[in-house]
Structures are given as structure tokens and as C-alpha cells.
Write a protein that binds this ligand. Structure first.
Ligand SMILES: Nc1ncnc2c1ncn2[C@@H]1O[C@H](COP(=O)(O)OP(=O)(O)OP(=O)(O)O)[C@@H](O)[C@H]1O
Length: 583
């Protein structure tokens, strides 16, 4: 909440003026029943037409003033609310960028999107309505009661009984419905999560003919939400009949008490009408107040959800050293007894990993699915930190190197090819901000993407749609490789990023990297023997453990797991030939 108020403080003046103008509007409303009473008592009873006309004009003036003040108040409150939401969204976005991969894994992408969008919208609505109503509604309720006393203290006693009774009804219903509304909000979250998952995976859903079962699951979730909303709606709906009963009983009491006084000549008919009008104003405001409280409770829950993300702080210290560049180019990599868990109580994803790769060498990493290959490479640019042991580049622990420097010397091509909406040139410049067109073309050439880029005819102005929808899987992969190559990094990591390429293109890519990129350390993560076989050193991973390392030939003769992988992908003759070394 503190954070919310600190945003609102930026518009302190507007935050004060909005409720004050709303109160001014209410003040004008409070005079209306008195004017109407006078119109009845003097204008109608005395048949004074000119008085009636003057009072009608006065009513119009009161309405116009009320309208002007209301518009001003709404302008201020909308300004504070929208700017508060904008600042909160900007800060939250910036904050999420600072979180570690582990923290983002823990929070989950769906919930971060919900918090950035629907939760902040709810906060915006809450701030808007709070500024407009938090002073106005109580002011009208108590103002109407005071005005009723000035009109006639005797009949006004009805208000003393009715108002507390109305408050009890409104707050009892709120007390019951507020926790239910919170549950509704949570259920809405779940529906949003499954909607997002389904829409993103719509092709997979169809490919596996899961439409019917997905529809059924969605139906169940949606009807659960429907039932809960209907239930809470029914309880909320009790608010109107109950408050109307109290108000109508109050009006009956006013008419009964007032009627006797009218007979006795102590009260006028106009004054009775004024009391009835005040009672109606109170009713309307109490209902507005109840709705405001519901909205505020939702807004507060949303603000807390946003705050929960702000409270996740990346305590990881950034290093202070620059990148330890080697004179020869590339960087040596050392893992020393590295242990790593994704979650505290889970099995380690990496267990006592120790190896050395020379600067400028090619390192292959092979192993079954889930064996820890990607995890190893993710520790090099510090996407994750080792729980124990160390990762060093050119002899310097990565934790001591400034993250920005570290990452600007490493080119990562992730397993999943991700491109962004924009031109090809813009996407390539993610690798190197100031890359020239020629440098970009060279990278595209190394990544074996030149042919298809040329065939599209737009050169570097080729428009790439959101997530690269207008490209094939293989084309996207080649462009993500080109994006990493543009940077001319010291370490180039290809994490299974040639999986959608045919064998010939995969081989041409590796050859081009070797011949055109100078001395760099290249890491090739793959499940294909053909991709890693010519590497200077191959690491064989099995269930988080390093079960073998050496060249293709050494491993064929020494590592059982590597032999099994080779046997599943090569003929016995090929294996035999490779063992002997006649490539
Ligand atoms: N973000 C994550 N949170 C929790 N566990 C994870 C996460 N990423 C990977 N794991 C687990 O860590 C282990 C190693 O995963 P990793 O991605 O390194 O395997 P891999 O060898 O690269 O597999 P593949 O070839 O299928 O990509 C697996 O058991 C996996 O389930």
C-alpha cells in the first residue's frame, strides 16, 4: 500500500482536489430537497408561479454547478488513477527485468502477465473510485442527516434509527461477500492461466485432437466461476431489498410522524417531502459506498499481488570486474565441482561437474533429454548461479564479472528460437546495437540464412511478425544463430539450436563458424553425434552427471554411455571406422 500512496503522492494536489470537488458537488445536491420543499410550500400552495420559475432556475443552476464540479473532480481522479497505473506498470516491468531466471521460474510467466495487466487495471479503477467517493458518500449520508435535523428535528429522529441500521446491513453483507469476491478473483486467475496456455498451444491442441477434452476442462472451470459468481451475486442482491425495506419503513415513519404534525399545523407538506428526499439520497449513497468498498477490497488485493512481485528482490550481487579478455581470442572455460539445483528439495540438475575447455576450442555437450546439457551452458552467462563450486572464464570466476560485460561477450542461441516483431535488421541489432548492414549480412551468411533471406526479396527490411510467426522453424533457428553471431562473441553457445536444420546445413553452419569467425570458443549442445563429433572435446551428460569427456574417438573407446548414443545413430561400420580413427 505504501508503494501505491507513493505513486499517488506524485499528484498530491489532484489527489486532494478530486475528493474536495466531489464534496462541493454533494453540497449542491444537499440543497435540492430544501428548494423543492420551498417550491411546494410557497410556490404550489400559494400558487406563486413566478416563485416557482425562479426556484426552477435555481435548481438548474444547482445542477449545472454540481455537473461542473463533478467533471473537474472526475478529471483529477482519472488523471491520478491513470498515471498511478502507468508508473506502477513501468516500475513493475523494470523490476521484472532485474529478476533472476530462478525467480521468474518461481513466480511463473502467466501470473506476471495477469499482474501487469488486469491487477494494475483493478488498482487503477480502485484509485479512481476511491478519490471520487471516499469523502462524498459519508459526507452525503451525514450531511443529509444534519439537513434533515435543520428541516425538522422531530421527524429527523427517524434518520438516527435508520442510518445505523442501514450501515449494519451494508457492512454485514460486505463482510460475507468480500472473501467470496477474493475467491472469485483467484478463480478468474486460473481461467486466465488456462486460456493463455490453450491459446498459445492451439496448434498442439488441434494436432492431438484435444479440442473436446480441453473444452470440457475449460467448461468445468468456467462453470465453477459462474456458480461462485452467482452465489456471491445472490448475497449481494440481498443488499437492495433489505436497504429498501429499511428506507421505506423510514419514509413511512416520516410520513406518519410528519403527517400528525402537518395536521397540528407544526410542519409543512414541503418539509415532509424534503425529509423523504434526504432519506432517498442516503440510500443511494450507501449503495455507492458499499460498491466502493467491494471495489476497494478487490483493488487492495490486486495491489498486494503486484507488491508481492516487487518484494521478490534479486539479492544476487553483480560483479565489479570487466570481462577477462584473452590475447588470442575466445575464452577458456573451467567448471570446478559445480553443484546446481533448480529447487531446494529437488534432485540436483548438475552434480559435481568439473571440466576445462581451452580458449578458442569447440566443446560439444551430448546426453539424453533432461540430462543437464542446457543447465551447464546456462551457468556460463549467469542465467543461474551454481549452488556450490565455481564457473570461471579465462580463470576469472563469472560471479566477479559485471553481468553486462559478461553477457556482451557471450552469444547465446537458446533451444527455443525467439524473434521479435520488427524488421530483420532490428532483430539482428539485438546482437550488436551498432552493427552495419554488411556485418549483419556476414552473420546471416554464417548462419546459412542468406539464401532464404534473399528469396524473400526484402533484404534486411524483411518484416518479422510477433514470435516470428511468418517464418518456418528452421528459418527462425538460423536467424537466432545469426543474431548471436553478429555480436562476434568470445563464447558462442548453440543450445540444440541446429535441431531443425538438415544434416548438410548443420555441417555447413559449423564449418562457417570455424572458418569465418576467427578464434572463438564454441559450445555445441546437441543430442546428435554428427553435430558434436568433430569438437575438440565432448562432455557426455547422464542424469546431471558428467560421465565422460574427451574426443569422439576417445569416448567411443572409453565411455559406455557415449557408445550407446553412437550405436543408436550410426552404423556398426561407421563406429568401427571412427574407433580406429580413419575418418
Ligand atoms: N526451469 C526449471 N525449473 C525446474 N527444473 C528444471 C528447469 N529447467 C530444467 N529443469 C530440470 O533440470 C534437469 C536438466 O534439464 P536441462 O534442460 O539442463 O536438460 P537437457 O539435457 O538440456 O535436456 P534437453 O536435451 O531435453 O533439452 C531436468 O530434469 C529438468 O526437468
Amino acid at each position: 500500500m505504501k508503494r501505491l500512496f507513493s505513486y499517488m503522492k506524485v499528484h498530491l494536489l489532484e489527489s486532494i482536489l478530486a475528493p474536495l470537488f466531489k464534496m462541493l458537488e454533494a453540497t449542491f445536491e444537499l440543497f435540492v430537497p430544501i428548494v423543492v420543499a420551498n417550491m411546494i410550500d410557497r410556490g404550489v400552495s400559494g400558487k406563486d408561479v413566478s416563485y416557482l420559475i425562479r426556484m426552477s432556475i435555481l435548481l438548474l443552476v444547482l445542477a449545472a454547478c454540481g455537473l461542473v464540479f463533478s467533471i473537474i473532480a472526475q478529471y483529477f481522479s482519472a488523471k491520478v488513477a491513470t498515471h498511478t497505473a502507468q508508473m506502477m506498470r513501468d516500475d513493475l516491468f523494470a523490476h521484472i527485468q532485474t529478476l533472476s531466471w530462478r525467480q521468474i521460474d518461481g513466480l511463473g510467466t502467466s501470473t506476471l502477465i495477469t499482474r501487469m495487466t488486469s491487477d494494475i487495471n483493478t488498482v487503477q479503477n480502485g484509485v479512481n473510485m476511491f478519490l471520487r467517493l471516499f469523502l462524498r458518500s459519508p459526507f452525503v449520508v451525514f450531511g443529509a442527516m444534519i439537513m434533515a435535523f435543520t428541516v425538522d428535528p422531530h421527524t429527523a429522529m427517524t434518520f438516527v434509527v435508520a442510518i445505523p441500521l442501514l450501515f449494519v446491513i451494508v457492512f454485514a453483507i460486505l463482510l460475507i461477500t468480500m472473501p467470496l469476491y477474493r475467491k472469485v478473483q483467484k478463480q478468474l486467475d486460473a481461467i486466465m492461466r488456462s486460456t493463455r496456455e490453450n491459446l498459445l498451444g492451439v496448434r498442439v491442441v488441434r494436432a492431438f485432437n484435444r479440442q473436446e477434452s480441453e473444452k470440457k476442462t475449460f467448461d468445468e472451470e468456467a462453470s465453477g466461476l459462474y456458480d461462485r459468481q452467482i452465489f456471491v451475486g445472490k448475497i449481494s442482491a440481498l443488499l437492495n431489498p433489505l436497504t429498501y425495506v429499511v428506507i421505506n419503513l423510514g419514509i413511512v415513519a416520516i410520513l406518519w410522524l410528519g403527517g400528525q404534525q402537518v395536521y397540528a399545523g407544526a410542519l409543512t407538506q414541503g418539509k415532509i417531502i424534503a425529509q423523504v428526499n434526504y432519506m432517498s439520497q442516503i440510500l443511494v449513497e450507501l449503495i455507492k459506498l458499499a460498491n466502493l468498498i467491494i471495489l476497494l477490497s478487490r483493488a487492495m488485493a490486486s495491489a498486494r499481488r503486484v507488491d508481492d512481485v516487487f518484494r521478490v528482490v534479486n539479492g544476487r550481487k553483480d560483479g565489479t570486474a570487466g570481462f577477462p579478455e584473452s590475447e588470442t581470442g575466445g575464452a577458456s572455460i573451467d567448471f570446478s565441482h559445480v553443484l546446481f539445483h533448480y529447487e531446494k528439495d529437488a534432485e540436483p540438475a548438475l552434480c559435481d561437474i568439473t571440466f576445462h575447455a581451452d580458449a578458442g576450442s569447440t566443446l560439444g555437450i551430448i546426453g539424453g533429454t533432461g540430462s543437464g546439457k542446457s543447465t551447464i551452458v546456462n551457468l556460463i552467462p549467469r542465467f543461474y548461479d551454481a549452488d556450490s563450486g565455481s564457473v570461471s572464464l579465462n580463470g576469472t570466476d563469472v560471479r566477479t564479472i559485471r553481468e553486462k560485460d559478461l553477457r556482451s561477450h557471450i552469444g547465446v542461441v537458446p533451444q527455443k528460437a525467439v524473434l521479435f516483431h520488427g524488421t530483420l535488421r532490428e532483430n539482428m541489432k539485438w546482437g550488436q546495437k551498432d552493427a552495419s548492414d554488411q556485418e549483419i549480412y556476414e552473420a546471416i551468411d554464417i548462419a546459412q540464412a542468406k539464401e532464404f533471406v534473399d528469396s524473400k526479396g526484402d533484404g534486411l527490411d524483411l518484416m518479422i511478425e510477433q514470435e516470428g510467426r511468418n517464418l518456418s522453424g528452421g528459418q527462425k533457428q538460423r536467424l537466432t544463430i545469426a543474431r548471436a553471431v553478429v555480436r562476434r562473441p568470445d563464447i558462442l553457445i548453440l543450445d540444440d539450436s541446429a535441431s531443425a536444420l538438415d544434416f548438410a546445413t548443420d555441417a555447413a553452419l559449423r564449418k562457417a563458424i570455424r572458418s569465418q569467425m576467427g578464434k572463438r570458443t564454441v559450445i555445441l549442445v546437441s543430442q546428435r553425434v554428427s553435430t558434436v563429433r568433430s569438437a575438440d572435446q565432448i562432455l557426455v551428460m547422464d542424469d546431471g552427471k558428467l560421465v565422460g569427456h574427451g574426443t569422439h574417438r576417445e569416448l567411443l573407446n572409453t565411455c559406455r554411455e557415449y557408445q550407446e548414443i553412437c550405436e543408436s545413430q550410426m552404423t556398426a561400420e561407421e563406429i568401427q571406422a571412427d574407433r580406429k580413427g580413419d575418418d
